[in-house]
Design a protein around this ligand. Structure first.
Ligand code: NZQ
Ligand code: ZN
Length: 387
């Protein structure tokens, strides 16, 4: 039965040259900003210079936290909190992808938390107050630009954990698709796979009475299938980049999951891979997804795969239901391969040795999965089948 509360507090400014709203939007919250970014892509493509000029021209003081890692580390979060405290920062501005935005969110929450911020990653209920966070998005993938979550890695303990709080949603996000023209092919592919995986997590959850949510999911999946390869082949294809960018935000902001028991499954399995092997999130998801789909395909789930096959892949509805389901799964894998993503864990350097401990980690909070619940042995079987 559908029963939910809906709220989406993030203001979105979408389109070419939307950066111009940045100063006025920042000034709603103050004039002392922590500018957070990654390994330097924003310096190479000019976004950094444009932002710095806007901040200086509008008398907005800023301090910098640079070098946020893909799979952002708690050590970087700690550095950001120190800068915020020393300089009475009023807004944390993330310029980058999910890693930069996630790091910024936990810096903003950690600012008000007097102990070590790893505690608020492990136990989100400890978050009571959060500095305003805003983002300028540079890659279509995680949806962190319009959601309340953050994922942080602790390399000392090989843990990559999600946290969240309603006030961690960015107060505004600027989405200029031209900023994603410089995203390299492998990250474009991984981002597309990530958007699709967020959608699968909701789509393959119960109940099916959430008809509208299912249709939204199918539309997001078709958008990724239609535009993923186009963005790869022609990086400055505005239409492709824009559709992927908006799909990124809508895939995880709740639109497709409200009213469903969306107990995510492939994500906890993938986060273990990233925690131990530091691989790209979307690549891990794309390898695991078709294997997971085959694993859970049985009499209790086949109808959902038929729905997926017919509505998303336009497979002939008159075929046998298991043929449709298997064709849909094969097409999913073929699509990821078309984007240049490999099919096996061994191809990204993951062997047998740590599968057991990762399987344990994936179910640390209990069984996972919306349409079929998986325990540790199931996860281990999926990892082994993905080698
Ligand atoms: O660090 P820089 O130099 O900026 O380069 C980045 C990085 O190397 C590069 N890049 C980004 N925009 C670019 C660009 N290169 C050229 N031109 C541009 N315009 O791309 C690389 C990857 O960036 P990253 O931010 O790591 O990618 P993504 O957005 O995929 O974020 C991945 C992280 O988000 C987490 C993942 O687990 C992972 O840690 N997730 C966050 C979620 C959330 N907050 O809701 C949900 C997701 O499921 C996910 O778990
Ligand atoms: Zn994801």
């Amino acid at each position: 039965m559908m029963d939910f509360n809906y709220s989406n507090p993030t203001k979105i400014f979408f389109g070419k040259n939307k950066l111009k709203v940045l100063p006025e939007q920042i000034k709603r919250y103050g004039s002392k900003v922590l500018l957070v970014y990654g390994g330097g892509s924003i310096k190479r493509n000019g976004i950094y210079d444009n932002i710095v000029k806007l901040l200086k021209d509008n008398s907005i003081d800023f301090w910098e936290l640079s070098g946020v890692e893909p799979n952002p580390r708690i050590t970087t979060v700690r550095k950001g909190i120190d800068i915020c405290r020393k300089n009475n920062i009023e807004l944390v501005l993330a310029v980058g992808g999910g890693s930069t935005i996630d790091c910024s969110k936990v810096v903003a929450a950690g600012f008000y938390y007097e102990k070590d911020p790893w505690n608020i990653v492990k136990a989100p209920y400890r978050i009571k107050k959060v500095l305003p966070v805003a983002s300028v998005l540079t890659i279509a993938a995680t949806g962190s630009e319009m959601d309340t979550f953050a994922v942080i890695t602790n390399m000392d303990t090989n843990e990559k954990l999600g946290t969240g709080h309603p006030d961690m949603a960015p107060v505004f996000s600027i989405l200029d698709p031209t900023y994603t023209f410089t995203v390299p092919k492998n990250q474009t592919a991984a981002g597309t796979a990530d958007i699709m995986s967020h959608t699968f997590e909701d789509y393959f959850s119960k109940p099916d009475s959430a008809f509208l949510q299912n249709k939204i999911s199918e539309a997001i999946l078709k958008t990724c299938i239609n535009y993923g390869k186009k963005a790869l082949d022609k990086p400055d294809d505005y239409e492709a980049r824009a559709n992927l960018m908006w799909a990124s935000s809508l895939a995880i902001d709740g639109l497709a999951s409200y009213g469903k028991d969306a107990n995510w499954c492939v994500h906890p399995m993938e986060h273990e891979l990233s925690a131990f092997y530091d691989i790209t999130h979307g690549v891990g998801l794309a390898i695991l997804t078709p294997v997971w789909m085959k694993y859970i395909l049985d009499e209790s789930t086949v109808d959902k795969f038929v729905e997926y096959g017919i509505n998303v892949w336009e497979i002939d509805a008159s075929k046998d239901k298991y043929d449709i389901a298997n064709m849909a799964i094969d097409k999913t894998r073929e699509f990821f391969n078309l984007l240049g993503i490999p099919s096996k864990l061994t191809e990204v350097g993951i062997g047998e040795d740590r599968l057991e401990i990762m399987a344990q980690g994936a179910v640390r909070y209990g069984k996972i999965g919306g349409i079929r619940k998986l325990d540790k042995d199931d996860v281990l079987n999926i990892y082994k089948a993905a080698l």
